[in-house]
Design a protein around this ligand. Structure first.
Ligand code: PA5
Length: 457
């Protein structure tokens, strides 16, 4: 089969002594059928994306212009940055930005998703504003971090006497928000984020496509992967639908107290897929209210981990700590580079067993060792197998997880597409930064903070 394989063997009995039974899945066959059909009928924005050419074509129109820059800097946060990072890290060499121009050929890519001045300054030190394109991404056009970084970048462009029209590209809502207004007024080029697609589901919109294209990633193949995965995930039969089965497995374990979901990537290039997943799962599933408005406070904490690195940091806990984690391995079968360990010290058994073997063999053998140990210790674990890393397989992964998240939302009877829990913190920031319209909130917050008991050592 082309594309990703999903191996659920180690969440089930008899492989896992205390694992799920097939009956537990069979009991939910009708429920999953109903959920999958409902998702297909309700047409969440992300679902039809792989069959849409409009965003790809719009981005492709800008290809020559975008690739004429030395650097492309993405200014965005959350769903407006994590997909970009996942695509860049998985599909470009890990040393992409430091490769010589003759090899790299396409612009360097920087993704600035924080307002830490040390981080921003260190990145800005690496670019020449005269040959840089800033892609400001914000669906709402109100997010303080993205807006602050836009102002910083614009200040730099203006200080060089450059025309912002030649150095900015906005990716935002087609009608609403301040970025749209500025784009319209000043003739700054812009790309649309479909209004019906939320930030964390937007990687396959111009949000993720532009920087991917800028660095030469085949965005059409990314869509091809998503399109083929679409066929698999709209299958109402849970036993044939990897996204639905994965959601159901996580749901059943969640009901049994497994309130954490670890994504353990045995590949540095796949590691930031786990970062993207972390936001998708956390913001979509972590909810106070269910669809009936009752307080439920549900959620499964997503954790990202890297093999083998975290075998020396986390795996002790995963094997012997509380029974509260479902572990998902990301396994890569064929690496892009290969390093053979030299046969040195052939007289020393502590080293000689390594000589002549590939590093990738060691890495995947360590995965097998960890998988075996977790299973022996009765820790549910499953595996997503990438035959290789390419845009097709990454498109498959992204789409499968978006659908899985929608299924999990329905199993938990919550709305996976909103994020009311981040609003208060955002508003308080506006108030404390003296944003107009937030004066009453500022007063309220300051009063509360003043009367707060301090326990500070
Ligand atoms: O998933 C989401 O909706 C959020 O994480 C947003 O992507 C994030 O808050 C950034 O929002 P915006 O694109 O409006 O700046």
């Amino acid at each position: 089969m082309k594309g990703l394989k999903f191996d659920f063997s180690n969440v089930f009995q008899p492989n896992l002594e205390t694992g799920l039974t097939e009956e537990e899945i069979n009991e939910n066959v009708d429920k999953i059928k109903e959920i999958v059909e409902h998702i297909v009928e309700s047409k969440p924005g992300f679902l039809s994306l792989p069959f849409t050419r409009v965003y790809i074509d719009r981005v492709l129109d800008l290809k020559t212009w975008v690739q004429s820059f030395e650097s492309v800097v993405v200014l965005g946060i959350g769903g407006s940055a994590l997909g970009n990072q996942a695509l860049q890290t998985s599909l470009n060499p890990l040393n992409y930005n430091v490769l010589p121009k003759e090899i790299r050929k396409t612009p360097k890519i920087f993704i600035l998703d924080n307002v830490d001045p040390d981080f921003i300054a260190a990145n800005l030190d690496q670019i020449d504003p005269r040959t840089t394109l800033f892609n400001v991404i914000s669906k709402s056009g109100t997010t303080a971090e993205a807006m602050a970084n836009y102002l910083v970048a614009r200040g730099i462009i203006e200080s060089y006497g450059l025309d912002p029209k030649d150095h900015f590209l906005f990716t935002t809502d087609p009608e609403k928000g301040i970025l749209r207004k500025i784009a319209d007024e000043e003739g700054i080029r812009s790309l649309d984020i479909p209004p019906q697609i939320g930030g964390r589901f937007s990687v396959l919109t111009p949000v993720g496509l532009l920087s991917a294209l800028a660095s030469g990633i085949d965005i059409i193949d990314l869509y091809n992967g998503a399109k083929d995965m679409h066929q698999r995930v709209v299958n109402p039969n849970v036993w044939e639908n990897p996204a639905a089965l994965n959601a159901l497995v996580h749901y059943i374990y969640y009901q049994k107290g497994y309130n954490m979901s670890v994504m353990l990537a045995y590949s540095n290039k796949l590691f930031l897929l786990a970062d993207w997943y972390r936001q998708l799962w956390a913001e979509s599933i972590g909810k106070k209210y269910n669809l009936k408005g009752e307080v439920v406070n549900v959620g499964q904490t997503p954790i990202k981990a890297l093999g083998t690195t975290d075998q020396h940091s986390q795996v002790q806990l995963y094997n012997e700590g509380p029974y509260d984690k479902v572990i998902t391995f990301l396994q890569l079968e064929n690496f892009q580079r290969n390093i053979v360990i030299p046969k040195i010290h052939s007289d020393l058994p502590e080293l000689s067993y390594l000589g002549g073997k590939n590093l990738s063999t060691l890495l995947n053998t360590e995965l097998a060792g960890t998988e075996y140990a977790l299973t022996q210790n009765n820790r549910p674990n499953l595996k997503i197998i990438f035959p290789q890393i390419n845009p097709y397989n990454i498109g498959q992964f992204l789409f499968a997880y978006e659908f899985q998240t929608a299924v999990m939302g329905m199993l938990l009877e919550i709305n996976p597409y909103d994020q009311p829990g981040v609003e208060l913190g955002k508003k308080v920031t506006y108030a404390l930064m003296n944003r107009k319209g937030y004066e009453d909130l500022k007063q309220e917050v300051e009063d509360k903070l003043q009367n707060k008991k301090k326990v500070q050592l």
